[in-house]
Design a protein around this ligand. Structure first.
Ligand SMILES: NC(=O)c1ccc[n+]([C@@H]2O[C@H](COP(=O)([O-])OP(=O)(O)OC[C@H]3O[C@@H](n4cnc5c(N)ncnc54)[C@H](OP(=O)(O)O)[C@@H]3O)[C@@H](O)[C@H]2O)c1
Length: 261
């Protein structure tokens, strides 16, 4: 999984933006059935000429579709819209709030993998207890947890659980939906490094072994967010960024959210 992927939630002109991201070198695109933009992503992929094997495409099944037949229909609809025979990563978007038993959903997820509809499987927005249960109950190995993570949100417990359970961690809202980009301490650090704040924050994630999915509606920023490999943060700089964590730093907390760790 390329460590920088393009976030596409609520992106306007999605096809044009994905096309420019692919030109800039992105190979990892994050979408979801719920984002309603899979057809636009297909259009951009088709026009790009980039070979399918080079791409890493993630999609997700919405929490209202976690019963086995609905799950299968959602995956089929995603693949049709994306014009792909398989995705690279299929995620359960949120845990069920309608009491669908987790094993039923995980069986459907595993079936998508054994049926060749996805190369890897994972979950998003699970807490540690749910993750442990999911790893135990899933008939196929889970590979990824996708969850909110940025300098204002302490995810050290969840990150440690992922390492223990051998799951890759992918950060959504890696830029805190833009909130961290006005931070004076980050600004000072970024100036000293000769980088943008976004690049420093994404580098902080890279150096923790965390993949991230920055989103921008501006092609220049999309390209900028990929340029995080030519420099390194020292241990002190890493610690300084981690120290920005805030008690109320979480941004995404909808009604279907579990009890967070
Ligand atoms: N699994 C889930 O439940 C879940 C939940 C939330 C998000 N996600 C995924 O994660 C992706 C990213 O999260 P997000 O979209 O919430 O927020 P984000 O990537 O943390 O932040 C996006 C904001 O940052 C700004 N920005 C981006 N790059 C910038 C740069 N280089 N300089 C200045 N500003 C910059 C953008 O503004 P401009 O557009 O003006 O540049 C936008 O307002 C989503 O798009 C989605 O794919 C998944």
């Amino acid at each position: 999984m390329p460590v920088i992927g393009l976030g596409t939630w609520q992106v306007r002109n999605c096809a044009a933006l994905v096309a420019s991201a692919l030109r800039a070198g992105y190979r990892h695109i994050d979408t979801a059935r719920n984002y309603g933009n899979e057809a636009e992503i297909a259009e951009a992929i088709r026009a790009s000429g980039v070979r399918r094997e080079e791409l890493f495409i993630t999609t997700k099944v919405w929490h209202e579709d976690l019963r086995a037949p609905d799950f299968a229909r959602s995956v089929e609809a995603s693949l049709n819209a994306l014009q792909l025979s398989y995705v690279d990563l299929l995620l359960v978007h949120w845990p069920s709030i309608q009491g669908v038993p987790l094993p039923e959903t995980l069986k459907a997820l595993g079936k998508a993998k054994t049926g060749g509809l996805t190369r890897k499987i994972g979950v998003a927005n699970f807490n540690i207890a749910m993750l442990e249960e999911a790893v135990r109950a899933c008939p196929e190995p889970l590979a990824v947890l996708q969850a909110e993570y940025h300098p204002y949100l302490d995810q050290s417990k969840l990150l440690a659980a992922c390492r223990r359970l051998r799951l890759a961690f992918t950060a959504y809202c890696p830029l805190g939906r833009g909130r961290v980009l006005a931070d004076p301490k980050l600004e000072k650090l970024a100036r000293a490094k000769g980088k943008s704040i976004a690049q420093v924050v994404l580098r902080w994630l890279v150096q923790q072994g965390v993949a991230s999915l920055p989103r921008s509606s501006q092609a220049g920023r999309v390209a900028e967010n990929l340029e995080v490999f030519g420099f390194e943060l020292t241990a002190d700089e890493m610690a300084e960024i981690s120290s920005l964590r805030q008690r109320n730093g979480r941004i995404v907390d909808p009604p279907m959210a579990p009890a967070w760790d």
